[in-house]
Design a binder for this molecule. Structure first.
Ligand SMILES: [Zn+2]
Length: 169
């Protein structure tokens, strides 16, 4: 086998973000990408996990990147630039925020039937917007609730900044 051979990303594509890339992992999940985030494992274990789960390892650690086939080595320490590196390297990576996956645990979100009594609502849920029909999403494994708020506006603007000027494929 040639040393030049590059493994083809499996379909559907999945990611593994290393310990230094927790924020990037959240952003990949915002884009709808299945992204594992690992901490406390040594390089060998991280590389093995990526291989076993057929995930593209994303890392800033050159030595770690060398251990995992098809790993993407990032050079920037700055989140928007890291995203930009991924947009450039993977032109089919979605550039719009989907919010269909929990940024904390990677599980797919489900629409949360908002209870009639607002006593059961998360304290920070904007009550007037819920009454006006705001959709709320739930993560079953970690019991978090999500809705489109000011944080979503910030996230969209980071993604737009990162993808700015990159031609669509
Ligand atoms: Zn979750």
């Amino acid at each position: 086998m040639s040393g030049e051979a590059r493994p083809v990303a499996p379909a559907p594509r999945r990611w593994l973000a290393d310990e230094m890339l927790g924020r990037l992992a959240r952003y990949l999940r915002f884009l709808g990408e299945d992204t594992s985030y690992v901490r406390g494992l040594d390089d060998r274990e991280v590389a093995r996990l990526a291989e076993e789960e057929r995930r593209i390892l994303v890392t800033r650690d050159r030595a770690l990147a060398r251990r995992a086939r098809g790993a993407k080595l990032l050079t920037s320490g700055h989140l928007p630039n890291q995203l930009r590196e991924l947009f450039l390297a993977f032109p089919d990576l979605p550039r719009t925020v989907r919010f269909d996956r929990c940024p904390e645990c990677n599980a797919l979100l489900e629409r949360w039937p908002v209870p009639a009594s607002s006593d059961a609502w998360p304290a920070e849920l904007p009550k007037s917007r819920v009454l006006a029909g705001l959709d709320v999403w739930a993560c079953t494994p970690c019991s978090r609730r999500y809705w489109d708020g000011s944080h979503a506006t910030r996230i969209r603007s980071v993604v737009a900044q990162a993808a700015g000027g990159i031609p669509t494929p």
